[in-house]
Design a binder for this molecule. Structure first.
Ligand code: SF4
Length: 97
């Protein structure tokens, strides 16, 4: 192998390594994202989620609620994972502003 060929090979290896590092960075960023783009990641149990309102406070009038379609169907929550009933409630309920 000539010196010229060795330089080319080293250059190629460096390019490939940089490419792999870029791919690894993208995969790492994707893995850090929540499984659902709009839904939260907190477990219902960790926030005391119950499938009934707390007085007038319920998911459908919480600022973190993402309504389903139709509005009576379960939706999502920006904080809590999973299917969320519009008439449920949890300890981090937050009034709409
Ligand atoms: S009450 Fe809790 S579960 Fe329901 S939408 Fe608000 S934060 Fe989410």
């Amino acid at each position: 192998m000539s010196i010229e060929n060795r330089r080319s090979t080293r250059r190629d290896v460096l390019k490939q390594t940089a490419g792999l590092a870029g791919i690894a960075a993208v995969v790492g960023i994707a893995a850090a994202q929540p499984a659902k783009a709009d839904g939260g990641t907190m477990s219902p149990a960790s926030v005391g989620y119950v499938d009934k309102p707390n007085g007038t406070h319920q998911c459908s009038n919480c600022s973190l609620y993402i309504p389903g379609t139709p509005a009576t169907a379960n939706g999502l929550c920006k904080a809590v994972a999973g299917s969320i009933s519009p008439t449920a409630w949890c300890q981090i309920w937050s009034p709409m502003s």
